[in-house]
Design a protein around this ligand. Structure first.
Ligand code: ADP
Length: 265
């Protein structure tokens, strides 16, 4: 084992929708888990860390440091480091992409962010849509309730649709009545889901600003698990996107990485 492999750090991301915890060992994501955001976030995060340590066969005295990020970061006291979620996202995607990422689009539960970063993972600038649920995980969750389909099935079902229906609204309220009308007209659920992916993808593409995007574009946040949405955004941007393993954990990983020695790429 090298000296770095002895270093075990924890990253906690208290998000609007999900609490994410990662354990990082030797610069790699060694364990990760997400649970829905609920009251008592600090206690939930602590429990998750214990679960991760047990899974890795480690004890708490081996944990060198803990960093916290996300909307709820103020709820945890005594963390080794508190870092804002945009900087954590930039650093996390930099490390996970071995320094290749320059642009990352994060689609989380409550907002969409387009982040530009330097070769060393420093934040250059970012744009954010957090005014309403349009284009976020919450939008899909609301649609899922009407369609009686969990969001985890949106990816496979959307990808299976050959002829997505056109959905005009990304406003959650207006889209709901549009979905109800389409269902009443007998339109297949798969076509409605892929229509929703395309309507969100148009909004994400317009926030990203097609022409300004540099080289490779990475997509992360929980919604990046949805392959149908990824395909729709690729269509709208006319570009391939990179989605790394465990895209929901980039931000927590970035927080933990902020306490580690920077690698040389
Ligand atoms: P936040 O940090 O705001 O809590 P996350 O990045 O954790 O947000 O993303 C949460 C969102 O990811 C949820 O709205 C959830 O619907 C979505 N999500 C997670 N996994 C999947 C999946 N497999 N397919 C579709 N959506 C998913």
């Amino acid at each position: 084992m090298t000296k770095d492999e002895f270093v075990l750090t924890a990253g906690i991301d208290l998000g609007s929708t999900a609490i994410k915890v990662v354990l990082v060992q030797g610069g790699r994501m060694a364990w990760q888990k997400a649970v829905p955001t609920a009251p008592g976030q600090a206690g939930i995060a602590q429990k998750l860390i214990g679960e991760g340590l047990a899974a890795l066969g480690q004890t708490s005295d081996r944990l060198t440091a803990t960093a916290v990020t996300g909307y709820g970061k103020g709820l945890i006291h005594g963390a080794g480091r508190v870092i804002d979620e945009v900087s954590a996202n930039a650093l996390g995607i930099c490390r996970l992409s071995d320094g290749r990422a320059r642009t990352v689009i994060n689609i989380g539960g409550q907002d969409v962010k387009v982040i530009r970063l330097s070769a060393t993972g420093k934040l250059i600038d970012f744009k954010m849509n957090d005014k309403c649920a349009a284009g976020t995980g919450r939008f899909f969750e609301a649609a899922g309730r009407i369609l009686d389909t969990p969001v985890e099935r949106f990816g496979p079902m959307g990808e299976a649709a050959v002829d997505p229906v056109h959905i005009n609204n990304t406003c959650a309220v207006f889209a709901e009545s549009e979905i109800v009308s389409l269902m009443a007209a007998g339109v297949a659920t798969e076509r409605i889901i892929q229509g929703l992916h395309h309507s969100v993808a148009r909004r994400v593409a317009s926030l990203a600003g097609h022409r300004d995007l540099e080289d490779d574009i990475y997509l992360d946040g929980g919604a990046a698990n949805n392959r149908g949405l990824v395909a729709a955004i690729e269509d709208e941007l006319c570009r391939d996107l990179h989605v790394l393993s465990h895209p929901q954990f980039t931000v927590a990983f970035g927080a933990a990485s902020a306490m580690e020695r920077p690698p040389t790429y």
